[in-house]
Design a protein around this ligand. Structure first.
Ligand SMILES: CC(C)(COP(=O)(O)OP(=O)(O)OC[C@H]1O[C@@H](n2cnc3c(N)ncnc32)[C@H](O)[C@@H]1OP(=O)(O)O)[C@@H](O)C(=O)NCCC(=O)NCCS
Length: 162
């Protein structure tokens, strides 16, 4: 099933806030506050900060926040509403981000995930991201920060060759 993906507006604030709150509950208050803060920032000039929501009818079912880092976009936050995970919303949001990044001339997408969240690692790998590094024991002993990238230029070449 495909959802409509549109730019985040203040009208989505409450629904997005509920998703942010729910997801960051186990990550700590600081995460919640920092991500909330990023959703309030108005740094859209030159595509510095991009915020989108996935809708099922009028309902916000997912959200993605992207930050421009020179020639790539970093997925700062991606989340799907509890109870609706595993049915493709997250993948749709990443595909959307990929298309957007390419349109804006970015060479790649980057994301970092906690090694403890194995499902998230496999989620991104299935979408063509590759592990490019890690910081050992970053979150806590045994839980590393893992960096993944997708080279959009390479993805383009692969597509053309098919
Ligand atoms: C990670 C996340 C965005 C993926 O979105 P999604 O809509 O559930 O993902 P899709 O349906 O497109 O893809 C399914 C894949 O996501 C992964 N996945 C990660 N967490 C999952 C969850 N809680 N439930 C189901 N699948 C999950 C699995 O690899 C799954 O693959 P499988 O179906 O072969 O097992 C979503 O599960 C989520 O919001 N998780 C909590 C927030 C979070 O951790 N965000 C940070 C991401 S760095």
């Amino acid at each position: 099933m495909s959802h409509s993906i549109i730019e985040f507006t203040p009208a989505h604030r409450e629904a997005v806030d509920a998703i942010l709150h729910d997801v960051t509950l186990s990550w700590g208050k600081q995460w919640y506050e920092n991500i909330c803060h990023m959703y309030c920032l108005e740094c859209t000039s030159k595509g510095f900060l991009l915020k989108y929501v996935a809708l099922d009818g009028q309902d916000v079912v997912g959200t993605i926040l992207l930050r421009r880092a020179i020639d790539m976009y970093v997925i700062e936050f991606l989340a799907v509403k509890k109870g609706l995970r595993g049915v493709g919303v997250g993948s749709e949001l990443v595909h959307f981000a990929e298309k957007l990044a390419r349109e804006k001339g970015a060479k790649g997408l980057r994301v970092d995930v906690a090694s403890d969240l194995r499902q998230n690692l496999s989620f991104y790998r299935k979408l063509g991201f590759e592990i490019c590094g890690h910081v050992q024991d970053f979150y806590e002993p045994g839980d590393s920060q893992v960096f993944l990238t997708k080279n959009l230029a390479a993805a383009q070449v692969e597509k053309a060759e098919k």
